[in-house]
Design a binder for this molecule. Sequence first.
Ligand code: FAD
Ligand code: FES
Ligand code: FES
Length: 492
Amino acid sequence: MAMRPLRFLRRGRLVEIESFHPRMTLLEWLRLEERSTGTKEGCAEGDCGACTVVLARLRRGQVVYQPVNACILLLGQVDGAEVITVEDLAEGGNLHPVQAAMVGHHGSQCGFCTPGIVMSLFALSHSGKAVDRGSVTQALAGNLCRCTGYRPIVEAALNACQGPVEDRFTATMQASAQVLGALDDDTNMFSGTDAVFFAAPRSEAFLAALIERYPAATLLGGGTDVGLWITKDLRDLTQIIWLGRVNSLQQIEVQQDRLLLGAGVTLAEALPCLAAIDPDLETLMQRFGSTQIRSSGTVGGNIANGSPIGDLAPALIALGAVLELGRSGQTRAIPLQDFFLAYRRQDRRPGEYVRALHIPLLSQGTHFRALKISKRYEEDISSVLAALRVTLLDGHIVDVRIAYGGMAGTPRRATHAEQVLLGQPIASATTWKNAGEALPEDFVPLDDHRASAKYRMQVARATLIKALAEIAGLPTENTRIHPRREREAAHG
Ligand SMILES: Cc1cc2nc3c(=O)[nH]c(=O)nc-3n(C[C@H](O)[C@H](O)[C@H](O)COP(=O)(O)OP(=O)(O)OC[C@H]3O[C@@H](n4cnc5c(N)ncnc54)[C@H](O)[C@@H]3O)c2cc1C
Ligand code: FES
Ligand code: FES
């Protein structure tokens, strides 16, 4: 099969790179090869946003501007995109409206954070979203300003990001869509040799063939975990197969009673689909990493990594999701809860990859809650995540699924607590308390730097009681930063 080199757009030019090391990050290429040093390296782990650049891609027929962390994005992942950095915004000596607003509001305090902040705001200005204080703080959640001068930055954003921004990117949008569309073709990219390569297959058949031929290769979704293996663990990854171009893994389909999300769907794309199931999933997804992490990270990566503190797994286990795995033209479906066998050990057979998730929608009389407890509200991994789906009939619990993250070596159901709840009246405080007291039979919690086992157990009890009390109609809303009620109203 014909292969082609890596290709992407840069400053109106098509860049083709025949040979690069598969573990080279976009940031390394920008700073060391192109010598565009406006983009900075701070943490090198996706946390501070100093390295934020924007990728323009054609997604479902539209040009979208995605802010990404260049420090953990591998160079091969820019295939088919336009790479936009802070050097590209000003034109003919005139600052971009976002840059001018940052200057005008005294939002630029140092040269380290400012480039990343400007790029996040540039992406926000092209997002088509109504901009208010809430959306600005969301857009900036992945940008650390070390001197804490956020107020002028937020003011600059509120000023510059209202309405369609007039810049040359808007002026040339149609032409960009055509060029990006032409790059989004059915070719396969392969750079390197059998021993050291970066591959970006387009078809699932070719993906399966690559996995069969190179069984030790690393599968790469968005790289928001794998990138850190390189920058922090200094792992010498030599064979990488990126799933971001495989068309059939990008499916999003709302069926009559379920939502299908392909493994390659980004967390940003999954957000509105999950939000439509329940307002708690909207809150959960808005707190998943940062805008940059959600632009790159994928649904499949969050499940396949098998993390005991990943956010999607407990929420989707509580919903009763089914996981679809693929291998050489065959598929295998298993309940998601059965995928996680032991700490970082999953039921994935040789050659298998995560293909899709089938997520049941909520039926009449069924209630859902997901509560994430972390040290910081945004851009932080869970200490504990509690998720619960309850079906009520005449005020009694007739079906219940409770799942937790952070309570064991794997995301798991709390079957003892479920048994306690079955058949009980939802409005009884004794029922809630008894369920909470059954949790030590279900879990011996993790005990680490993030949270002690004792704290985790206490939080697990409290979140379960809170969820049940809320479903029973008790006004516990004031203990939430973003009350559900507002979101329920917005969802109609
Ligand atoms: C700053 C920061 C904040 C974060 N915040 C959160 C958070 O709030 N909540 C949370 O849960 N996680 C968080 N994470 C972790 C990470 O972003 C998520 O786990 C993300 O979903 C991983 O997806 P990915 O596509 O980037 O995975 P990758 O890094 O590409 O891959 C992760 C693992 O899955 C494998 N893999 C990927 N796709 C497939 C597939 N289709 N089939 C088989 N194997 C596959 C890879 O080989 C690798 O082992 C954070 C990470 C960072 C750096
Ligand atoms: S350098 Fe901190 S997020 Fe990339
Ligand atoms: S802008 Fe860099 S420290 Fe605040």
